[in-house]
Design a protein around this ligand. Structure first.
Ligand code: TMP
Length: 208
């Protein structure tokens, strides 16, 4: 089980990331690991402040360029203060969203283009990529149904189905381009089936 252990979890709203992260935590602990659970945007004091700016409603919205750069500003801080030190110390890092979210949401959802956003990732973390990314995938209508009524929708949750269709196609493109890193988990099924899918992916990548 050598090497670094950087796991990211991705998907549209309502895909079940929280439950998935619980499943990953349980699996890592069963291997004797002590996982660091963190999230983006966020995970540091500055990152959480930027999260409030990014998710909060504001008159006139925000330009797509400002949005993606703030996401990467939060990410740079998170990498420097949290992710890199933890990986260097040999810890498992489990992150709720990472650069794939910027590619899917800003690259496809906001229309900046996958390559433009990917180039920001290459600038901010040229030497680092997740060892495994679990993409929790389900139809947009089902995700939105599951997410409905949770709390007052934030600036992203207030988007229409068409936006999330574009985001989902962004994730599909990444999964097609990087099949060794990105595992698609069908999250439209029962919690038990999703959990089995996640455990199987972890076992395949890190087990034995
Ligand atoms: P969360 O609610 O799943 O924690 O994520 C916050 C929102 O931020 C979610 O709607 C997705 C969005 N987001 C982006 O648009 N780009 C990014 O790079 C990240 C990390 C999140």
């Amino acid at each position: 089980m050598g090497g670094s252990h950087f796991i990211t979890v991705e998907g549209i709203e309502g895909a079940g990331k929280t439950t998935a992260i619980d499943t990953i935590r349980d699996w890592v602990q069963a291997q004797g690991g002590d996982p660091l659970l963190t999230r983006e945007p966020g995970g540091t004091a500055l990152g959480e402040e930027l999260r409030d700016v990014l998710l909060g409603h504001r008159e006139g919205g925000m330009s797509a360029e400002a949005e993606v750069l703030l996401m990467f500003a939060a990410r740079a801080e998170h990498l420097d203060r949290v992710i890199r030190p933890a990986l260097a110390a040999g810890r498992w890092v489990v992150c709720d969203r990472f650069t794939d979210a910027s590619i899917a949401y800003q690259g496809m959802g906001r229309g900046l283009g996958i390559e433009r956003v990917r180039s920001l990732g290459e600038w901010v973390h040229p030497d680092l990529a997740p060892d495994l990314t679990l993409w929790l995938d389900l139809p947009v209508t089902l995700g939105l149904e599951r997410a409905a009524g949770r709390s007052r929708p934030d600036r992203f949750e207030s988007e229409q189905a068409r936006f999330f269709e574009a985001v989902r196609s962004g994730y599909a493109a990444i999964a097609e381009q990087e099949p060794a890193r990105v595992r698609r988990i069908d999250s439209s099924g029962t919690p038990a089936r999703v959990r089995d899918g996640i455990n199987a992916a972890l076992e395949a990548r890190f087990g034995g």
